[in-house]
Design a protein around this ligand. Structure first.
Ligand SMILES: Cc1cc2nc3c(=O)[nH]c(=O)nc-3n(C[C@H](O)[C@H](O)[C@H](O)COP(=O)(O)OP(=O)(O)OC[C@H]3O[C@@H](n4cnc5c(N)ncnc54)[C@H](O)[C@@H]3O)c2cc1C
Length: 551
């Protein structure tokens, strides 16, 4: 980047500006399979700095069309959402003050780690129930901007349901607050002669002109982060218009997110888990139905490859449980160890069903009912009593992270890592998808997922330098997404579009809806200064050209 521009920026903000190679290389990656080196990394110290950054880019955009801003909180995005070619705006360093909890709402800045956020909310016996499996490594900015979901989303829904307010910097370099508005309040906003008035007027027109089509385009699944959630902005029946719903999950393509308010829920007093070891997949559909009828708080799954991996790296998996916990976990997984040692097959799928309530009897009763209902199907089951379920959660939550760190010669390639279909289609869809992968022996894959939502994480392990792998990635993605589209699912339930899935939005939604996404982007960001190539304008060629060469 032009040294004069860098100097001007350094002089105009209080935060830090980094151009050294080590920092640029660090910020070239997130948890995706891409590498994109930025020109600059900026660590804004306060809200004024973020406003100044936007003004700076606007001022120089004409002579330097490459200038753009990609926001980043903890950088654990799996889609390539938090990497970009121009300026990375890294919120983790200074936007990390402790959240404030008032009543059942928490106000948080972008760079606060989820683990720190939760420590604060638990002081009030409250929790944000849509935390992701990356809860130990991700931050709140990513949760808002990816519309993250997790193990409790089955009962509680996703981030979008809990967002009460977002505080954002729009393209004019000014800070605004987006909250739900009544139609009366909306009229007043639209009458304003400023950028806010323009954005409300144009978005309202876009939505009302295409109302039925937009409502019909909403994917028929319980989790979706693909595209812009235009269908959730205006509820004609309730007379409410809420631009924060459009913001959530927009991956920083509409502006910079500074802070927001999130609703919280009480933590239930009691919990109990039934673990189902499934050797025969033919009853999967029936088991899913039986489980869902009892409304568990979460219903999760992992496959035999994940289990094998957990057994192989058992000490690493369980070390956070302490010595006693490790021994208990060893005993719990003893049958699996024995099966592996004697060459017997491991269960093809492990299912975890978690019931919670303030009444212990309710939990016990649900566990007993489920066990009884499943008896005719003969699956092996085990009950994990209160505080004993941690070891099973570890395998479910930590497997992807462990894969990323442990396997030296192969790498995790998330590219069909997050599709969603209605649970009733799982038994039909899952074998079709795995059949596609089995035709490519260079892909070793694990499957974990939020089975209760029909949301699966398939993350192959590959040798990324193998040219066969590189050509197979788009072929497999195309075939898998054809199946998902046929079953009216979503290509991403929570990990979002980023570099990897933006090119497939056309396939999922069709031309008309992606054209409305492009118009939405234009309303907020006509000069394309916010996270270009994500949600709108990303191509498969760009994605393939930026797959990491080295790890
Ligand atoms: C091991 C592992 C497990 C995971 N499990 C889950 C899971 O269960 N569910 C799930 O939803 N995700 C999961 N993820 C993906 C990711 O961790 C989450 O989406 C997380 O919420 C991202 O948070 P982050 O702070 O790291 O975001 P980042 O990577 O920093 O950013 C994510 C996106 O939000 C945008 N963004 C960030 N901050 C801002 C801001 N201040 N203003 C505007 N835009 C911003 C970025 O540009 C990017 O597009 C997982 C990832 C890993 C590595």
């Amino acid at each position: 980047m032009d040294p004069k521009l860098i100097e001007e920026l350094k002089q105009s903000i209080e935060g830090d500006v980094a151009t050294d190679d080590a920092t640029l290389t660090e910020y070239s990656h997130d948890a995706s399979l891409f590498e994109v080196k930025p020109r600059l990394v900026v660590f804004p110290r306060n809200e004024k700095d973020v406003e100044t950054l936007v003004t700076f880019v606007n001022k120089h955009k004409k002579e330097h069309p490459e200038l753009a801003l990609t926001a980043r909180s903890a950088g654990t995005d799996m889609s390539g959402g938090s990497i970009g070619e121009s300026i990375i705006v890294a919120f983790g360093k200074y936007f990390n003050h402790a959240p404030r909890v008032i009543g059942n709402v928490a106000t948080t800045e972008s760079g606060v780690f989820y683990r720190d956020f939760e420590k604060e909310t638990l002081k009030y016996n409250l929790i944000f129930p849509s935390y992701p499996a990356s809860r130990e490594i991700c931050a709140m900015g990513g949760i808002f901007n990816n519309n993250s979901g997790g193990e409790k989303s089955l009962q509680y829904g996703k981030t979008e349901k809990y967002v009460r307010r977002v505080r954002v910097v729009l393209r004019d370099g000014k800070t605004y607050e987006l909250t739900p508005l009544t139609e009366e309040e909306l009229k007043k906003k639209m009458a304003q002669k400023d950028l806010e008035g323009e954005i409300y007027t144009k978005t309202y027109k876009l939505i009302t002109d295409n109302y039925d089509e937009i409502k019909r385009a909403k994917p028929d699944v319980t989790k979706n982060s693909a595209g812009y959630s235009l269908w959730d902005v205006y509820d004609k029946e309730k007379g409410m218009f809420d631009l924060s719903r459009l913001w959530v999950g927009a991956q920083g393509t509409l502006g910079m997110f500074l802070a927001g308010d999130l609703g919280l829920v009480p933590v239930h007093k009691h919990r109990g888990m039934l673990i189902i070891f499934l050797h025969d997949m033919s009853h999967l559909g029936q088991i899913v139905n039986e489980v869902l009828e009892l409304s568990p708080e979460s219903f999760e799954s992992y496959d035999d490859n994940t289990l094998k991996l957990a057994l192989r790296y058992f000490p690493e998996f369980t070390k956070q449980l302490g010595i006693l916990g490790m021994i208990q976990a060893g005993l719990a997984f003893l049958p699996a160890f024995l099966s592996m040692a004697t060459g017997r097959s491991l269960p093809k799928l492990v299912l975890q069903v978690d019931f919670t309530s303030d009444e212990q009897d309710v939990v016990k009763k649900k566990l007993a009912i489920l066990r009884e209902k499943l008896k005719p199907l003969h699956p092996q089951t085990r009950i994990a009593e209160e505080n004993q379920e941690k070891k099973y959660w570890l395998v479910r939550r930590e497997s992807f992270n462990l894969l990323r760190k442990k396997i030296r010669d192969k790498h995790t390639a998330p590219f069909i890592d997050d599709f969603v279909i209605k649970p009733e289609y799982i038994a039909q869809v899952l074998p079709q998808v795995t059949d596609i992968l089995k035709k490519h022996p260079e892909f070793i894959f694990t499957i974990t997922g939020h089975i209760g939502n029909g949301n699966f994480h398939i993350i192959p392990l590959v040798d990324i330098k193998n040219p066969k792998v590189r050509t197979a990635i788009p072929e497999i993605a195309q075939q898998v997404y054809e199946i998902i589209t046929k079953y009216h699912g979503s290509i991403t339930g929570e990990h979002n579009d980023g570099i990897i899935r933006t090119p497939y939005l056309d396939q999922m939604y069709g031309k008309k809806i992606t054209e409305l996404f492009a118009q939405t982007k234009k309303i907020f960001d006509p000069e394309n200064i916010f996270n270009p190539g994500k949600k709108v304008g990303g191509t498969l060629e760009y994605a393939l050209a930026h797959i990491r060469q080295n790890w």
